[in-house]
Design a protein. Structure first.
Length: 272
């Protein structure tokens, strides 16, 4: 910060801002909302002591700093275009109460920047009020599903109860290769099949709706085949297994947010 300015927790006069490992913010880009998710730092900026709050001083400070870091400005105080508020109210009705509009709550002087490096994409947004400014810095990152691996006992329970078990198996990003956690998850499927030697199953792969539909269909099919191959290589007869991909069809959660997307990226084991 420039001399005699300080960060404060959002909506408070103390603290030094808030950091969240996974969060969301709506950024202005040429007067339109663009949603981004990742790690955030959100803070109010206030003048301290006898310093008089000065919008132009802060704006020029941000403009100069971010330009030197290789960033570009994608909103230079433009207000929201007609219909943007109504569209957001439908797609994310709790955006304001959840804090996703900290620096973009339809205020009049919103300045947005993007810095891209080989390692990261950073969004910076500052809205200048009459007595303080409202800052969001967001490092774009994909949500990491921290749900635990489904144990064999629960897989069997779901199969008995519902005729299928829903698993969130970790694959390498946008690939069909299994991560180490993914291999552990498949090992739990093997336990069920070992304990039930007459059981036959279909391995069905699904994705979220990100990206190209035909790409998602192929990716889901390849991932289902990977699980089938892993089971076959572990000793399960190929006569007991079939696999198929369904892409982004049949979602089980809302694809409009990252939590829902993570739930839709799944493998279902279905008794046949």
């Amino acid at each position: 910060m420039p001399e005699n300015y300080a960060f404060r927790d959002p909506n408070h006069y103390n603290g030094d801002g808030q950091t969240k490992d996974i969060d969301r913010e709506y950024f202005y880009v040429n007067g339109k909302y663009v949603m981004q998710e990742g790690k955030t730092f959100k803070a109010d900026i206030r003048a301290e002591d006898s310093k008089k709050y000065n919008v132009l001083e802060l704006q020029k400070s941000f403009d100069d700093l971010i330009s030197k870091l290789g960033g570009v400005k994608v909103n230079n105080g433009e207000t929201l275009k007609e219909g943007e508020e109504e569209s957001l109210a439908k797609s994310d009705p709790n955006a304001y109460t959840n804090g996703y509009l900290h620096s973009s709550n339809n205020w009049k002087d919103v300045h947005t920047y993007v810095i891209r490096t080989p390692e990261n994409v950073l969004w910076i947004q500052c809205n200048y009020g009459s007595e303080s400014a409202y800052l969001t810095v967001l490092q774009v990152s994909e949500f990491v599903n921290k749900m635990s691996i489904l144990p064999a006992s629960e897989i069997k329970n779901q199969l008995d109860k519902n005729g299928k078990a829903v698993l969130h198996i970790n694959f390498d990003t946008d690939k069909a290769s299994l991560s180490s956690e993914g291999k552990s998850a498949v090992a739990e499927i093997k336990k069920v099949l070992d304990q039930n030697p007459t059981m036959k199953v279909s391995i069905n792969g699904y994705t979220d709706n990100s990206g190209n539909k035909s790409h998602n269909l192929k990716l889901s099919d390849d991932r289902a085949k990977t699980v089938r191959t892993e089971l076959e290589n572990s000793g399960i007869s190929s006569q007991r297994l079939i696999s198929k991909g369904f892409g982004q069809e049949n979602p089980i959660a809302d694809n409009g947010n990252e939590k829902g997307k993570s739930e839709n990226r799944r493998v279902e084991i279905v008794k046949i």
